[in-house]
Structures are given as structure tokens and as C-alpha cells.
Write a protein that binds this ligand. Structure first.
Ligand SMILES: Nc1ncnc2c1ncn2[C@@H]1O[C@H](COP(=O)(O)OP(=O)(O)OP(=O)(O)O)[C@@H](O)[C@H]1O
Length: 309
């Protein structure tokens, strides 16, 4: 378990993290989300004792990181996959890391196999692709078979096969009763991987909720309808309590009427429906709603056509 208690970290006059409290529980995959600069890495660094909190504290299995008896087998972490000696091979990197805590060569070979690096294990890590480097970082995090796994952007640079692999791995680790905590900007991937979410914006916690609860709160009361005669249906559904959004010529999103009622109205007027289902929100949509006010680094739309000239 990881317990973050009233954590504040300031750099100069700026609070990177401001009175943040949450608990990461065993047996679940907990996702850590937030816009760029929200404070995710700062929080993760504080968990590992790499940054000293300005106030508050972080406990890992009940102790501050520096007080852990066996830190590597308590929490395995990947914060920055590039932070390693680039001249060293993956095999040597893991052997050196393992030797500091009595981990033998057999376990090194096991994790190399687990992350799919056995074939390239003797090549210098400096020549690895981004995805291979990530795999090596994940191997290092798992080396001492830790109870808690914490990964900052683990899917960064992984190919589709690698993304599926890490998703399955993290879900399996949680199913074994371990604590899994990961950050990612890939909402679709987080939606498939995490059971619980902690969302941070401008250094403060915006949400600390089960995934199902977050998604249920957004999709409520909306129904997707596909009908070739969508225009006729709009006319029949229009009322002060109902809003109809035409998402495509034949596709409507209706709020305020149950799917069954829409089906009955359509049947009564001989309107064919090609599809009718309650809308489910995506994590991306829920996340955008939550964090809209907390985005500090926003791009501007690309201008096209006459607007450029
Ligand atoms: N060493 C530092 N010195 C000064 N400011 C820092 C330092 N580290 C982080 N910050 C600031 O703290 C804030 C939070 O940064 P942090 O890296 O924790 O965000 P993040 O959520 O991990 O962002 P990203 O998604 O872009 O990785 C940012 O405003 C950042 O500029």
C-alpha cells in the first residue's frame, strides 16, 4: 500500500503538489492521471524518497521509503527509463542492480525473458529503441519481485504487442494481490488497465474514484440512435426536457428519454432504426470534463486554408 498524506512540494514560490492525500491499495491497478505539469512525477518521486516533501509525508507499506528494510522488494519503480549507464548491456545492468540486494543470475534471466529482451540482452543499452529501453526499465522494477509496482508512463514507446503485454502483466500483478500504481496520458489504454483512478490537476487531487463510478457519472441518460430518417425522429423527440445532438446525418445522441421510449416512438411512426443503445462514456471524455479547468499547457488549433494566408 502507498499512503500519500497531505503532501506538499514547492519549488521556489510554486507548489508542484499542494496538500495531496490519497491511498493506493493492493489488489487493484490504480491509474494516476493529470495534464502536463499537474504533479504526477513530483508525487512519484516523493513516494521513492527522491524529493523531500515541503510538508506532509508518504508511507510505503507503512514506512517512509528511507526506512524500508528491503526497498527493492517492497516497491519496484520505473520513473525514467533513460536513467541508466548506456554503455552497459541489459543483462549487466540487471546483474549489477541485483547484486546490490543478493539477486542471482537466474532471476535476471527470468525478468529478461518476461520483458522480451533475452535476444538483445548483451547489446549496450544506449543502442536500444525507446520501447526496448522501457522494457529494460520495467525489468529493473520487477527484478526483486516487489509487492508494489509503480510505473511512470510505462507504455511510452511500446508497440501494440508491448502495450497488450504490459496491460496483461499489470492486471496479473494486481490479481496476485500486489499494489500497482501507474501514470499514463493514454486514456484508452488506462481505461482497459486501471480499476481505480487518482486524478490530479495543478497540484491538487481532482478525483479519487473507481473507474466504473467515473464513467457512469458521465454517460448517464444519453442514448445513441442510428436512423436513416433521423430528421423525422428529431422532430418527434423534440421537447423542453429532451436534447438531441446530431452527430452525423443518420446518428443522434439523445439526452432525457430512455432508449425504450425512443424505440416505441420510432415504431409508432414507422421509422426504421439501425442502432439504439445507451451511450457509454469513454475515459477520455470523463477525463476531459474533469481536467478542463486544470490544463496549464494548452496548444492552439492549427490554422488551415484561408486562415493561414
Ligand atoms: N526540479 C524542479 N524544479 C522546479 N520546478 C519543478 C521541478 N520539478 C517539477 N517542477 C514543476 O512542478 C510542476 C509539476 O511537475 P511534474 O513533473 O510533477 O508534472 P507531471 O504531472 O509529471 O507532468 P507531465 O505529465 O508533463 O510529466 C510543474 O510545474 C513543473 O514545472
Amino acid at each position: 500500500m502507498i499512503e500519500v498524506q497531505h503532501l506538499t512540494k514547492t519549488y521556489g514560490h510554486t507548489a508542484a503538489v499542494d496538500d495531496v492525500s490519497f491511498t493506493v491499495r493492493p489488489g487493484l491497478v490504480t491509474g494516476f492521471l493529470g495534464p502536463n505539469g499537474a504533479g504526477k512525477s513530483t508525487t512519484m518521486r516523493a513516494i521513492l524518497g527522491l524529493d523531500r516533501p515541503s510538508s506532509g509525508r508518504v508511507l510505503v507499506d507503512g514506512r517512509a521509503y528511507r526506512d524500508l528494510v528491503a526497498p527493492l522488494s517492497t516497491i519496484g519503480a520505473l520513473l525514467d527509463a533513460r536513467a541508466l549507464d548506456k554503455r552497459r548491456s541489459a543483462r549487466n545492468h540487471l546483474r549489477v542492480l541485483g547484486s546490490t540486494v543478493g539477486i542471482g543470475r537466474r532471476r535476471v534471466e527470468q525478468v529478461l525473458e518476461l520483458v522480451g529482451l533475452t535476444d538483445v540482452a548483451d547489446r549496450a543499452a544506449g543502442g536500444y529503441s525507446l520501447g526496448m529501453g522501457q522494457r529494460l526499465g520495467i525489468a529493473a522494477a520487477l527484478l526483486a519481485d516487489p509487492d508494489i509496482v509503480m510505473l511512470d508512463e510505462p507504455v511510452n514507446g511500446l508497440d501494440p504487442d508491448g502495450i497488450l503485454w504490459i496491460r496483461t502483466l499489470l492486471r496479473d500483478l494486481a490479481a496476485e494481490g500486489r499494489t500497482v500504481f501507474l501514470s499514463s496520458h493514454l486514456m484508452s489504454e488506462m481505461e482497459l488497465t486501471a480499476d481505480h483512478l487518482v486524478v490530479i490537476g495543478k497540484g491538487r487531487i481532482i478525483a479519487d474514484v473507481p473507474m466504473t463510478e467515473l464513467l457512469a457519472g458521465v454517460g448517464e441518460n444519453r442514448v445513441c440512435v442510428t436512423a436513416p430518417q433521423a430528421d423525422r425522429l428529431i422532430g418527434l423527440l423534440t421537447s423542453p426536457d429532451v436534447s438531441v445532438l446530431q452527430k452525423a446525418p443518420h446518428v443522434l445522441e439523445v439526452t432525457g428519454v430512455p432508449a425504450a421510449t425512443i424505440g416505441e416512438v420510432a415504431a409508432l411512426h414507422g421509422i426504421a432504426l439501425h442502432d439504439l443503445h445507451p451511450a457509454t462514456a469513454s475515459l477520455e471524455e470523463a477525463y476531459m470534463n474533469l481536467t478542463h479547468a486544470s490544463v496549464t499547457h494548452r496548444g492552439t488549433p492549427v490554422l488551415t486554408g484561408s486562415a493561414v494566408r
